[in-house]
Design a protein around this ligand. Structure first.
Ligand code: FAD
Ligand code: DLZ
Ligand code: SF4
Length: 509
């Protein structure tokens, strides 16, 4: 029996379910760089360069293990530029007895795959992606019958189930969550630690030239290029994070500083999502850092919660709610995404900084995504589909299974509170507290209605006012509505007038 194993660009793990038990003597692995995947949204240049280079390295590693690898480069003469097209060509050339593939991360591809067996007239085994720590079935079991799917309870369950940061059946330190010790404002002059860099290799040089030539019109800058491309390089970054950075992760998790895109974040999401790192490998490494006294519990618990909790939770939610999740728009938001999301040209210093980091690094950290670009789109009422497409293409770690719940659910409240118990809406005051952006901004964060007032302020109160019918019943919004309704009528009128003029001139801010 000969098998053809299709490995996708975000399945670069030696332990992948489709490869784990494959016999190199009777297996050919197919990997293909195709325009269909590179352009279903026009991904950031760095994201394409990262994936193509990492794919080529992974193919080499498989060859070293004895597998025959059919690797199709983007510019190969007969490349059909679609995954199915490449599968069909390989089937015609190799005449395998069956096809094996690990289930893909995105619904669109999973739906298309259902038809491959019929179209190829060959058995197609689609195996579960067990690199995740909660299977789709286990998430269903957890979610079934619950009125609310709150991440915190899911996370506690995962801690128990995987015995992570547990001692005699209790959470280490006596609490599940240490967030009250986290999330400090940035002190003046806060800088992130220096990050390690990897040596350029011939594979990367060739791919950078390819991306420069073929994707010139895509978002973002390509060079300098800094991503790890192999599991070994990603592990070195992880080790460096654990030794030098994790200790301050909790304290400055929500801090934002101009010119410091990374601060104390791990920068591992692109590696986890492409398979160069595995979630349990990262979690056990963080537990070890705690045991070795390299980092305090508030940092280690907060970090582990992101991976064991949030990452698994959003994946479970995605598969449970798709396909209609992608079309939800609970607040009926319909404005167009302003041009500064693409070029960073706005007088709002916080938005310029978040977009500039994104253009340069295909990265910005969680609070910039949530409380700057996400918050602004929420307050301005931008149509969720346009916002989601933007997030899906601009970040090197973006795949729909993780991007969509975070954007549509967490940032935009588009799912009506399935994911977030209340909208993450905030005025300029929050951004001022957590960043140094406002001191160098054209706008005045202390003003809400004057000529040079911070746009986030009036837009925030307008968001509260215009969504009153939908949000008022939410108990977590009651203090906000009480404050709003206590405001003098003149003040409320002034805020709404200011917001109307801001929305009218949204492109000009
Ligand atoms: P750290 O802050 O160091 O966190 C460690 C790890 O925890 C991350 O690498 C990631 O794997 C995981 N993690 C943390 N928060 C989340 C979360 N909310 N959901 C899932 N995993 C999480 N993350 C993506 O991986 N891909 C996306 O496309 C993506 N889109 C987002 C869109 C919006 C609007 C928002 C608000 C968040 C999004 N996130 C996404 C989550 C989060 O912002 C990124 O995982 C994080 O910024 C990656 O940087 P890091 O590796 O330095 O993370
Ligand atoms: C994101 C991406 C890109 C840019 N290119 C490819 C590619 O050429 N070949 C490939 O196999 N995968 C690529 N990917 C990753 C896929 O889009 C990803 O596997 C699906 O979205 C499922 O998560
Ligand atoms: Fe952003 Fe307003 Fe601060 Fe300017 S003043 S940086 S627009 S929050």
């Amino acid at each position: 029996m000969t098998a053809l194993v299709l490995v996708l660009g975000d399945q670069l793990s030696a332990s992948l379910s489709s490869l784990r038990d494959a016999d190199p003597a009777s297996t050919t692995v197919l990997m293909a760089e195709v325009m269909d995947e590179a352009t279903y949204v026009p991904h950031h240049k760095k994201k394409i360069a990262f994936l193509f280079s990492a794919m080529r390295h992974f193919a080499k590693a498989l060859e070293q293990k004895g597998f025959a690898v059919r690797y199709v480069k983007l510019d190969d003469a007969d490349n059909s530029q679609s995954l199915f097209g490449e599968l069909r060509r390989a089937v015609n050339a190799l005449q395998p007895d069956r096809i094996v593939v690990t289930e893909p991360g995105e619904y669109r591809l999973a739906a298309a795959m259902q038809d491959w067996q019929r179209r190829l007239n060959l058995p197609v085994d689609i195996l579960p992606d067990d690199r995740f720590l909660c299977s789709r079935q286990d998430f269903e079991t957890w979610a079934k019958g619950r009125k609310q799917l709150r991440m915190e309870f899911f996370y506690r369950d995962m801690r128990r189930r995987h015995d992570v940061l547990m001692e005699d059946g209790e959470p280490v330190g006596g609490q599940w969550n240490f967030d009250h010790d986290n999330r400090k404002s940035p002190p003046k002059g806060l800088k992130g630690p220096k990050r390690i860099r990897h040596r350029r290799d011939p594979i990367l040089t060739e791919v950078l030239e390819l991306v420069e030539a073929r994707f010139a019109g895509h978002f973002g800058t390509l060079r300098p290029f800094h991503f790890a491309l192999t599991a070994e390089q990603a592990r070195r970054e992880l080790d460096h994070f654990m030794e030098e950075v994790l200790a301050n992760f909790g304290d400055y998790q929500d801090a934002m500083v101009r010119g410091e895109p990374y601060l104390y974040h791990s920068l591992i999401s692109a590696y986890l999502n492409a398979g160069l790192l595995l979630p349990m490998q990262v979690i056990r490494r963080a537990e070890k850092a705690y045991a070795d006294g390299k980092a305090p519990l508030n940092a280690v618990e907060g970090f582990i919660r992101q991976i064991l909790g949030w990452r698994e939770y959003v994946r479970g939610l995605y598969w449970r709610e798709m396909p209609d999740y992608a079309t939800r728009n609970h607040l009926n938001a319909s404005r167009d995404l302003p041009a500064y999301y693409w070029n960073g040209k706005t007088k709002m210093a916080c938005m310029t900084s978040a977009v500039a980091d994104t253009m340069q690094h295909a990265y910005s950290h969680h609070i910039q995504r949530l409380m700057v670009t996400g918050n602004f789109a929420l307050l301005a009422g931008v149509e969720p589909k346009q916002v989601c497409d933007w997030y899906l293409l601009v970040y090197a770690d973006a795949y729909e299974w993780v991007e969509l719940p975070n954007t549509l659910g967490m940032a935009l409240y588009g799912d009506g509170g399935l994911m977030a118990s209340k909208p993450y809406a905030a005025s300029g005051k929050y951004i001022d507290r957590m960043s140094n952006f406002c001191s160098s901004c054209h706008y005045d964060v202390k003003d809400a209605t004057g000529e040079g007032a911070c746009p986030f302020n009036a837009l925030y109160w307008d968001f509260i006012a215009r969504n009153e019918a939908v949000l008022k019943g939410n108990p977590r919004m009651s203090t906000i509505y009480a404050s709003y309704n206590r405001m003098a009528t003149d003040r409320r009128d002034a805020l709404r007038q200011k917001a109307a003029s801001l929305l009218e001139g949204l492109e000009m801010l």
